[in-house]
Design a protein around this ligand. Structure first.
Ligand code: ZN
Length: 201
């Protein structure tokens, strides 16, 4: 199977190429083009170890290889956050384009038997999925949402009013998302990045 050079290097380092590895590579490449480099882009991701490994290979900020792995659920599979412009890119993967179909998955059990026909059939199916991930229009693989954030500040001595969406008053940070005022949680940002969300500063 012919692979782009940087994906081939990734596959060599991870010992094999899988749809999960390929999607991490493809979305990372897309984010790289979207932000004109990942030098000042934070990355968070949930999902398969190979997907995260592919993103770790591309991560540059705040240090090479750092990808935040949230413990709880999130409204995204991957989140990229460009600090200088306070722009987030939310990625939700389309499952049936990325994960093997049940028919292919059912072959995984049979692989242990050593049957060459089964092995070949499985490999052809996986290769087709990887090629689709490499070549398909990105919009067929995931939904992408751009979030432009602007951090609101209060004058000293004044506290921030409660978030109008979740009513939480605890957080001292409010964000303006194209006119929608909310707390960082309602903005869908990674909580550990809250204190980093900025805009007018
Ligand atoms: Zn809120």
């Amino acid at each position: 199977m012919l692979l782009p050079l940087d994906l081939a290097i990734l596959a060599w380092k991870e010992s094999y190429v899988s749809p999960e590895l390929a999607i991490g590579w493809r979305i990372g490449r897309y984010a790289h083009e979207f932000f004109d480099g990942l030098e000042q882009v934070r990355i968070a991701a949930i999902g398969h170890d190979s997907t995260i490994a592919a993103l770790q290979r591309q991560a540059r900020y705040p240090e090479p290889g750092l990808v935040t792995k949230p413990l709880g659920s999130r409204p995204w599979d991957m989140l990229f956050y460009h600090e200088p412009t306070a722009t987030a890119l939310k990625v939700v993967c389309i499952r049936n384009q990325i994960f093997p179909a049940q028919a292919l998955r059912s072959l995984e059990e049979c692989l242990k038997s050593g049957n060459l026909d089964v092995r070949l059939h499985y490999q052809v199916g996986v290769n087709a999925m990887v090629q689709n991930i490499i070549n398909a229009d990105i919009m067929r693989l995931c939904s992408l949402t751009q979030i432009r954030c602007r951090r609101l500040i209060t004058t000293e001595g004044h506290s921030m009013s409660a978030c109008p969406w979740c009513r939480q008053a605890g957080s001292a940070i409010r964000l303006d998302l194209d006119g929608r005022i909310c707390c960082p949680e309602c903005a869908g940002l990674e909580p550990s990045w809250h204190s980093l969300a900025s805009g007018e500063v």
